[in-house]
Write a protein that binds this ligand. Structure first.
Ligand code: SAH
Ligand code: SF4
Ligand code: F3S
Length: 482
């Protein structure tokens, strides 16, 4: 063991200090270890990921998977694998409960396969008490890292594989943005692209700024180069990702606006559709509205989280806009783009929410006419200002409001989603319908889903589809011959 450690120490010293060269060095080292093990076992080693939370986490998992594949692990669709990682979310309490609920099952696989390596990463691992819990209670977890150092996976894995010890590496914060490491993609024709990391908004209920750190933007030339590369690989739709894309570029050495970034990305040949997530209403500029309206590529969908319809609560939430300002913005958007689909996030049961506040939220849904809304029951996150607020709302009251909200959201959405019935729209075909494989599923520019009869040759293509029937949250259609 002592010899083994010295050897590893020597290798750690040999490793280049610069990134990403350092990680490339450890990818190679891991690959050598893996090849040796494959020969001993007479089979390939496998990996599996379990990803919770938002698009940001799914994007991080693509990067982690890219590294694992380059090391030589083969992806499998089962947790009975040689390397399994959980990329966790902590935005609401039930996200944490789900993670621990599943983690136990991994222990049984590990008993069968003692070589198995289990890793935990993501937002939950940026919370000290959760890391402590994993350290003490879940002793079969081998590697733990956070959101700031996912690029280090190969190095951490190498440490674990070569020393057979548990490795914990959590960074409190970072200014680093490491480019040019491998990344894997689930779909050939559609890809997410990070444009910024972290969040500076500190909405009073939200834990994201604490676990994802301060806002930092990637350089526009790096983003455009990545998009060009994706286009060459056959990607036709990209989703630009950030917690608040409307404040993109403010902290760059040469600041540019998000609208300007969109203009530059739009010029990339081969990219047909551009989406982005998420927009904060307080930073949505007139410039952005006009770039969107003039664009043939930017999709006719905007996700604009409102959180509440009550100006009094919006202030307590630190959202920095009022109900009136939000509705004015919606008015401008609808005027510039009458065909725009608008979706939102709403929280019910924020501390101090009265029936009157809640009625304002219902009124907001009716006035903004959302195509759909993600509705959440407020969840107390320790360390956030809202967790300290008095007047937390009793559970039965919250559930009653939640049900009433769902009903109104559903009514408005149903009306909205029937409006394209009979029209022919361009659809990006994503793959076979989950329930019926003679049918294909695709998305309109406004993000609505349509199912229609077609064979697999249209997957990844943009085709015209007649929207024959409106079924609430989706359409049934047929390929247009004209
Ligand atoms: N950056 C994005 C949202 C990230 S979190 C934005 O600001 O729009 C996604 C959604 O989770 C939020 O919009 C909010 O509606 C919800 N959310 C965040 N913290 C929550 C909490 N403590 N309880 C309930 N819902 C919460
Ligand atoms: Fe959370 Fe607000 Fe930042 Fe969104 S903008 S991630 S809700 S703090
Ligand atoms: Fe969850 Fe982290 Fe996203 S807390 S919502 S995975 S940024």
């Amino acid at each position: 063991m002592i010899d083994n450690r010295t050897e590893v120490d020597v290798e750690m010293q040999e490793a280049p200090e610069e990134e990403p060269a350092r990680q490339r060095f450890f990818i190679k080292k891991c690959r050598e270890l893996l090849q040796k093990r494959e020969q001993e076992l007479g089979r390939k080693l496998t990996f599996h990921d379990q990803t919770f939370g938002c698009q940001m986490n799914f994007k991080d998992s693509e990067k982690l998977n890219g590294i694992l594949e380059e090391i030589g692990y083969v992806p499998v669709n089962s947790e009975d694998a040689d390397f399994v990682y959980y990329n966790t979310c902590t935005v609401r309490e039930n996200a944490n409960v789900r993670v621990y609920g599943r983690l136990g099952t991994l222990k049984t696989y590990k008993k069968k396969n003692p070589d198995m390596v289990i890793a935990m990463c993501g937002c939950m691992m940026q919370e000290e008490e959760e890391v402590q819990k994993v350290k003490e209670v879940y002793k079969f977890v081998d590697v733990v890292f956070g959101t700031h150092n996912i690029f280090k996976l190969a190095e951490l894995l190498y440490q674990c594989l070569s020393t057979k010890r548990r490795v914990f590496d959590i960074w409190e914060k970072t200014d680093l943005i490491i480019e040019d490491l491998p990344s894997d993609r689930k779909l050939k024709f559609k890809a997410g692209v990070n444009i910024m990391f972290g969040c500076n908004n500190f909405c009073s209920y939200c834990i994201v700024p604490y676990v994802r750190g301060r806002e930092r933007s990637r350089k526009p030339e790096d983003i455009v180069a990545e998009v060009e590369c994706l286009a060459k690989e056959g990607v036709v739709e990209i989703m630009l990702l950030g917690q608040n894309v409307n404040s993109y570029g403010k902290t760059l050495e040469h600041p540019i606006t998000f609208a300007e970034l969109l203009r530059r990305v739009e010029q990339v040949d081969g990219i047909e559709r551009i989406r982005f997530m998420t927009s904060h209403p307080k930073d949505l500029s007139e410039e952005l509205i006009s770039v969107m309206a003039a664009s043939k590529k930017v999709c006719r969908h905007l996700h604009l989280p409102v959180q509440s319809g009550s100006s009094r609560l919006l202030e307590k939430m630190n959202r920095k806009y009022t109900k009136e300002q939000y509705l004015e913005l919606v008015g401008k958007l609808r005027e510039a783009m009458p065909d725009l689909s608008l979706t939102t996030d709403i929280i019910v049961g924020f501390p101090g929410e009265t029936e009157e506040d809640f009625q304002e939220t219902l009124d907001m849904v009716r006035k903004a006419r959302y195509d759909s809304a993600f509705t959440f029951i407020y969840s107390k996150r320790s360390g956030t200002p809202a967790a300290e607020m008095e007047e937390q709302i009793p559970e039965d009251v919250v559930h009653d409001r939640f049900d009433r909200l769902l009903k109104v959201v559903g009514e408005v959405a149903k009306e909205r989603n029937a409006r394209l019935k009979g029209k022919t729209e361009l659809v990006l075909v994503e793959g076979p319908d989950e329930k019926d494989d003679t049918m294909m599923t695709g998305r309109l520019s406004n993000n609505n889903v349509v199912h229609f009869k077609a064979d697999a040759s249209v997957i990844g293509k943009i085709v015209p589809v007649v929207l024959e029937e409106a079924k609430g949250f989706y359409y049934l259609g047929r390929l247009s011959n004209g």
